[in-house]
Ligand binder design. Structure first.
Ligand SMILES: CC(C)(COP(=O)(O)OP(=O)(O)OC[C@H]1O[C@@H](n2cnc3c(N)ncnc32)[C@H](O)[C@@H]1OP(=O)(O)O)[C@@H](O)C(=O)NCCC(=O)NCCS
Length: 223
């Protein structure tokens, strides 16, 4: 499938910021990168403490690179000029750090829109921003001919999981992180007594300090 060109926002697209009680969506601009990165750090601070996998881009560098990736949509949601939400989606499996197997979807006749991020500012959660962001992504999927929204969510991110389940998301496969406890042994040996000066080194059979003592018996058949 040919990659669709990512329409970049022009400075003149949104001259006014709109009222504070209205959510507006626009495409992210290069000038938003720092602000949105700080926003994502704030939203995911608490979530990432409890999940094995990072729930947002691993580094700011990766986030900056994504801006130039034609296959990724980065949408900023604002109320009164404040960033209250951010959604990101991709029409193809992207990035070298991605573990998604595209054949899983091809063989099932699915053309997914991959939802990479969905984040609402903590002060605005529960006010309809997430639902609006999801509707926007569903709309994009429809107009771009995608058959499903596909995303990954940590099972212990309970609020997000219930948000998706309520909106008819279902589990695709049963990949879960598992761990097994391993018995601990210290890598370093325990302390031992220092020898007194002149004291002989204890051999494997105990102290052996008489140089004229007979050799221990050799095994039979040895030369
Ligand atoms: C999941 C998330 C995007 C939902 O956004 P939202 O703006 O709170 O969503 P809405 O206001 O449209 O809907 C709120 C619904 O989500 C639930 N919800 C999730 N987190 C909530 C929160 N912190 N406060 C209030 N409601 C929350 C509510 O139960 C509510 O229930 P409903 O399904 O009956 O409507 C948002 O909670 C969030 O950004 N969480 C942190 C980041 C995250 O985990 N993202 C998903 C990673 S895969």
């Amino acid at each position: 499938m040919a990659r669709a060109r990512k329409p970049k926002e022009k400075e003149s697209d949104h001259p006014d910021q709109g009222p504070a009680d209205q959510i507006r969506v626009r495409r992210m601009h290069r000038r938003d990168i720092n602000r949105v990165w700080e926003f994502l750090k704030l939203v995911f601070r608490a979530v990432n403490r409890n999940t094995v996998e990072y729930q947002r881009p691993r580094s700011k560098q990766r986030f900056e690179e994504q801006y130039d990736d034609e296959g990724i949509e980065q949408l900023v949601f604002e109320a009164g000029g404040e960033v209250v939400g951010y959604a990101e989606c991709a029409y193809e499996v992207t990035g070298s750090d991605n573990w998604i197997n595209p054949r899983y979807f091809d063989s099932r006749g699915m053309r997914p829109l991959f939802v990479e991020e969905l984040a609402t500012h903590p002060d605005y959660q529960g006010r309809g921003v997430g639902s609006f962001m999801l509707e926007q992504l569903q709309h994009l999927a429809r107009v771009r001919g995608c058959t499903h929204l596909v995303l990954e969510v940590a099972e212990n991110n309970r609020p997000a999981l219930s948000f998706y389940r309520k909106r008819n998301f279902y589990k695709l496969d049963a990949a879960i992180f598992m761990a097994q406890k391993v018995d601990q042994e210290p890598e370093l040996l325990p302390p031992r007594p220092l020898k007194r000066p002149g004291e002989a080194e204890p051999g494997p059979d105990g102290p052996h300090d008489d140089p004229d003592a007979p050799e221990p018996d050799k095994p039979q058949g040895s030369p």
